[in-house]
Design a protein around this ligand. Structure first.
Ligand code: PLP
Length: 391
């Protein structure tokens, strides 16, 4: 009898992709659906970046290249991370992969095994828990608190650390809440983690998406943390390059070779023409990023105001990323039912907060990476749906 490996059952998924598939099916059947489920910028990749990729393709950059990344990109990343995080990172510590995602998976596989504990944000990006379970390690959810603007309480983090903690995953600005961790909280977290042997995986893929003049803070900037931190960023969100599949990280020296070996064993390398587009992104003009962030800020205000006007809904104004995480506890149905019914009955695709962990209960996640016109239409449809729900 043919059969699957038992471990397959431990592997999770991203609900956003299944809701997207369902929404697409509805569209094929003639329904109009507004997509607020998927987390990707709706902008085109800035033209000068695409041109650099096309030029590299034409120049024959279509072969295997070093698994760790091409030298030009590792240098550009080292310069960018050193500048933006105010630390000294050399190119030999920089690795390039097919998106930020492989770093999540391979860092966990390279550091964790059965018996180890991994602290990770809940609600949080679902791949963290999936990869932790796949590695056979024990997931230890770190609650994000709505009253703290969806950051964690440093004391709560300290209380979760044990001598079995192998890895602490942090993510700010945060998916799914848009929460941003303040620098003093990251300093307090660093102090607690320094008492352990744990590595840190700091997922900073939304680092450039900050509003209200918020300053970006990274745990890697705290003295002595860089040597235990995988400092993760990428091109997908900042430069609207989700389909190019390119991410990068500065990693502690002992992880450089093992992670590179994971790449050799799996994907070999990121296509060199993609990496050369990445060089253009990091070293070229940044005005497209500034314009995107300004547009996201306007959309955030539109969505937060609109949600707060709905019966039973209250929504914090997040300071980062492009998500809102409204509290729907006062709507008389579960957030899962609400998400299902909004899709089926109102044609608005959103996710239930529990798609991101048990602490997401009573919430929805909406991505506002959609036009202001579509966001306004979605809010109208939600208002109409909720006004018909008996209180
Ligand atoms: N980390 C977080 C917090 C994300 O939200 C995402 C994508 O949604 C990723 C990582 C993966 O990004 P990439 O496209 O670079 O693999």
């Amino acid at each position: 009898m043919t059969r699957l490996a038992s471990g397959v059952a431990r592997l999770g998924t991203e609900t956003a992709f299944s809701v997207l598939a369902r929404a697409k099916e509805m569209e094929r059947a003639g329904r109009d659906v507004i997509h607020l489920e998927i987390g990707e910028p709706d902008f085109d990749t800035p033209a000068h970046i695409t041109e650099a990729g096309v030029a590299a393709l034409r120049a024959g950059e279509t072969h295997y290249c070093p698994a760790a990344g091409i030298a030009e990109l590792r240098e550009a990343v080292a310069a960018e991370l050193s500048r933006s995080r105010d630390v000294a990172i050399g190119p030999e510590r920089v690795l390039v992969a097919n998106g930020a995602k492989p770093f999540l998976f391979f860092t966990i596989l390279a550091t964790c095994e059965p018996g180890d504990e991994v602290v990770y944000p809940d609600p949080g990006f679902p791949i963290y828990e999936s990869a932790i379970r796949w590695a056979g390690a024990t997931p230890v959810p770190l609650p994000l608190r709505e009253e703290l603007g969806f950051s964690f309480a440093p004391d709560e983090l300290r209380a979760l650390l044990t001598d079995r903690t192998r890895l602490v995953i942090l993510n700010s600005p945060q998916n799914p809440t848009g929460g941003v961790s303040p620098a003093p909280d990251l300093a307090a977290a660093a102090e607690a983690i320094l008492d352990t042997d744990a590595w840190i995986l700091s997922d900073e893929v939304y680092a450039r998406m900050l509003y209200d003049d918020g300053a970006f803070a990274s745990i890697a900037s705290v003295p002595r943390m860089l040597e235990r931190t995988v400092l993760l960023d990428g091109f997908s969100k900042t430069y609207a390059m989700t389909g190019w599949r390119c991410g990068y990280a500065a990693v502690p020296e002992p992880l450089v070779e093992p992670l590179t070996r994971f790449f050799v064993n799996s994907t070999s390398c990121v296509p060199p023409f993609v990496q050369l587009a990445g060089v253009a992104a990091l070293t070229g003009p940044q005005d497209a990023v500034t314009a995107m962030v300004a547009e996201f800020a306007e959309r955030r205000d539109l969505v937060v105001d609109g949600l707060n006007a709905l019966p039973g809904v209250s929504c914090l104004s997040p300071r980062g990323a492009f998500y809102v995480f409204p509290n729907v506890e006062d709507v008389p149905m579960s957030a899962e039912t609400l998400a299902d019914r909004l899709l089926e009955e109102a044609g608005v695709a959103v996710l239930a907060g529990t798609a991101f962990g048990a602490n997401g209960a009573g919430h929805l996640r909406l991505s506002y990476a959609n036009s202001q016109a579509n966001l306004a239409r979605a809010l109208e449809r939600m208002a109409e749906f909720l006004s018909a729900v008996p209180a």
